[in-house]
Design a binder for this molecule. Sequence first.
Ligand code: AMP
Length: 189
Amino acid sequence: MPQHNICVFCASSLGRDPTYSRLATEVGEIIAKSGMGLVYGGASIGLMGKVADAALINGGQVTGVIPDGLRSRELNHKGLSELLITEDMHERKRIMYERSDGFLALPGGMGTLEEIFESATWTKLGFHKGRKNKPVILVGSSSFWSPLISFLDMLVEEELMKVSDREIVAYEENPKKAVDRLVSYFDSP
Ligand code: AMP
């Protein structure tokens, strides 16, 4: 079993730009090759499926966590190392956060944004199980993430968010550097 798990939040669709799929595949491969386990939402579709497929092909340990309602729509990935079925979305997200040491976010929609900000809020409040501080790194092109990054910076300027809380959500364009950043964080005392 891997010593540490990285949870990936990303779209349940493929998106318009093929670079999203390439990024998802790259991230799955890098996580597996770095010896980290992958935790994610358990779907076979969209960027979620791409991350999982790439991690599995490269010998990674992949845990999917999916609510029963989504599974019955045949959306769950059939080849995972482990599939955990939950009653609802709340239990699913709690288990995804509990099972992982840090988070990477790739391009996604409403569900991805929800997971970024919920997991960051739990770090801010010290609500995570085990390691209290579980960072989130936004990964991929700056043109995709810059509107969100600007908005977060504006919240600090408006004194609606502390600088220390703003730092919970980091950004790294390069997926290898993003994984390395999490791994070095896991290794620090
Ligand atoms: P979205 O960004 O709206 O596509 O939502 C993707 C995120 O929300 C993932 O990280 C999942 O954990 C969760 N999610 C949303 N829709 C689905 C789905 N159809 N199947 C599995 N997970 C989903």
